[in-house]
Design a protein around this ligand. Structure first.
Ligand code: AMP
Ligand code: ZN
Ligand code: FE
Ligand code: FE
Length: 285
């Protein structure tokens, strides 16, 4: 079983359409893929239709999800949420709040880039983002187009878009204890995404993870491209102490990042546990 529980489509800052993501997951030999766009479920319907239209003998299970933008003690962090009821009003309203603020913040980041001499425009970023939940990776692509940096990764230095960088502007991000409760109240399962990704900036202290565990966190995403082996070992130990399960996933973004679908995967028994905890939605087969 090849189970990848974290992938983005162009409903946020990935480059595959949801249908292309499903097709690519089949090509990559995945049995299960989760669609976890930033703060949105806009890609779910298209991905579900693509799964249902797969020819006989090509089976793929789609786990509808999202990746929520959170902030605690001034540190940005991401919370994966799986199999929640997308219509549950309190959680839907919070996603809407974050998405809406992404537009204000996106304009402000573009303005900062222009002040710093980068010849990009909001219209360009809108074209790149299309219908997607707009974020810094779209602005990074605009900086690449303008020849300011050579790659999307190079745009994520403190010179430009990195957390705390010259052109970084904060957006509304949910308190993670609140987010964990919203996900559970919508029948979903919350998992802390890449909790040890130091290359993105400061990471949250273990005490915060303990608080989240008490609030209902289900697991930690341990096997991730941004974690080295000592970090994974430490997170596995922490998960064990706190009674959390451990996942692995690619955090695929299509052409916007180099990591491939299925680069990291989740054990079948962990996936079974996740399914057992979920009451808000069914996986699509
Ligand atoms: P935003 O959601 O607009 O705040 O942008 C955050 C996204 O930017 C993350 O989900 C990553 O995909 C990407 N990102 C953040 N830090 C880095 C980094 N250091 N290198 C490459 N991509 C990054
Ligand atoms: Zn992303
Ligand atoms: Fe993330
Ligand atoms: Fe992600």
């Amino acid at each position: 079983m090849h189970i990848d529980l974290h992938a983005h489509s162009n409903a946020s800052d990935g480059t595959d359409s949801p249908a292309e993501l499903v097709a690519n997951a089949v090509v990559a030999g995945l049995d299960v893929v989760a669609l976890t766009d930033h703060d949105t479920v806009a890609g779910h319907a298209e991905a579900a239709a693509a799964v249902r239209a797969l020819p006989a003998g090509r089976s793929l299970t789609l786990v509808p999800g999202a990746e929520l933008s959170c902030r605690v003690e001034g540190i940005s962090m991401h919370l994966l949420a799986y199999l929640f009821d997308p219509a549950e009003p309190a959680f839907a309203a919070e996603r809407e709040l974050v998405r809406t603020d992404r537009f204000r913040r996106g304009r402000a980041v573009v303005e900062r880039c222009r002040e710093l001499g980068a010849p990009i425009s909001w219209e360009q970023v809108e074209r790149i983002a299309g219908a997607g939940s707009v974020g810094r990776p779209h602005i990074a692509s605009a900086l690449v187009e303008a020849g300011v940096v050579a790659t999307v990764d190079e745009a994520f230095t403190r010179d430009w878009l990195a957390n705390g960088g010259r052109a970084d502007v904060p957006k509304h991000e949910t308190d993670p204890v609140t987010a964990v409760r919203l996900v559970r109240a919508a029948g979903g399962v919350p998992v802390f995404a890449h909790p040890g990704a130091v290359k993105r900036g400061r990471t949250v202290p273990d005490q915060v993870i303990a608080d989240l565990a008490l609030a209902g966190l289900g697991g930690l995403e341990v096997d991730h491209t941004d974690h080295d082996e000592p970090t994974r070992a430490r997170l596995r130990g922490l998960a064990g102490e706190l009674g959390l399960f451990c996942t692995g996933s690619s955090d695929y973004h299509g052409a916007r990042k180099s990591v491939r679908l299925g680069a990291f995967t989740t054990a079948p028994q962990v996936f079974e546990e996740l399914l057992a905890q979920a009451t808000g939605a069914e996986p699509i087969r």
